[in-house]
Design a protein around this ligand. Structure first.
Ligand code: ZN
Length: 229
């Protein structure tokens, strides 16, 4: 009998990482999946409550790791109270102020380190290249380079999985349905303004709403909380 392969899912409490948690459970089995959540000083503390609730609903063990360095660095709308998230799409090539530089690089490196100690070589992340924001640390080439760096630097066989990498938002909704994530999605949190019910007008709310509309599915979060805006 071979030892089962274990997976660690970086769970933010958002739509994408929640879907990835259920993808991992389907692929690796619930007993072989754990969730890892980072408390990086995000302004919207509700995210952390959502992530814990979702891990409980999924029936997997969750660990919350503190990293307060991003808040100390500041300079972006997700960790700095003095900066409001930009609304709508930008017409230039600049990154939106919701970009937290280095966040995914650090998260995935810490996840690999955590997985190393727990015998979990599969690290699952909800990043997607198709994400409208175009965050460079969500692209496949960044993940490939980081995977190589971690393999070399930890002498490990780590595998970084990004199942949503090339999916449209509508396709991620279909994946959520297929993996049984819909009930948990009712407790997910994506709004850049930190509002529950979701504000309906920030870039993240608009993207989420468009995905559910294209999939022809009611967002279970909206069904649960009612829609603002
Ligand atoms: Zn919003």
């Amino acid at each position: 009998m071979t030892t089962p392969e274990k997976a660690l899912v970086v769970l933010s409490g958002g739509q994408d990482s929640t879907t990835c948690l259920f993808w991992a459970i389907q692929r690796f089995g619930k007993d072989n999946v754990e969730a890892l959540t980072f408390d990086y000083g995000q302004r919207h503390r509700v995210e952390l409550d959502c992530a814990s609730k979702i891990a409980r609903l999924a029936g997997v063990r969750q660990t919350v790791l503190p990293i307060d360095t991003f808040a100390a660095i500041g300079g972006n709308a997700l960790t700095d109270d003095s900066i409001a998230p930009e609304e709508g799409a930008r017409d230039d090539d600049a990154l939106p102020n919701t970009f937290v530089p280095g966040r995914n690089l650090v998260f995935l490196t810490f996840a690999a380190a955590f997985g190393y100690t727990r015998g979990a070589r599969h690290i699952v992340t909800g990043v997607a290249q198709t994400d409208y924001s175009g965050y460079p640390d969500c692209r496949e080439n960044t993940l490939q380079a980081l995977q190589l760096a971690i393999r070399l630097g930890m002498e490990s066989r780590v595998e970084l999985h990004a199942p949503l990498m090339f999916m449209s938002k509508a396709e991620t909704v279909a994946l959520a349905q297929q993996t049984g994530a819909m009930e948990a999605l009712a407790w997910s949190h994506t709004c850049y303004n930190g509002e529950v019910p979701p504000c309906g007008h920030c870039a993240s709310c608009i993207l989420r709403a468009r995905g559910f509309a294209e999939a022809g599915v009611v967002d279970p979060l909206v069904a649960r909380t009612g829609k603002a805006g």
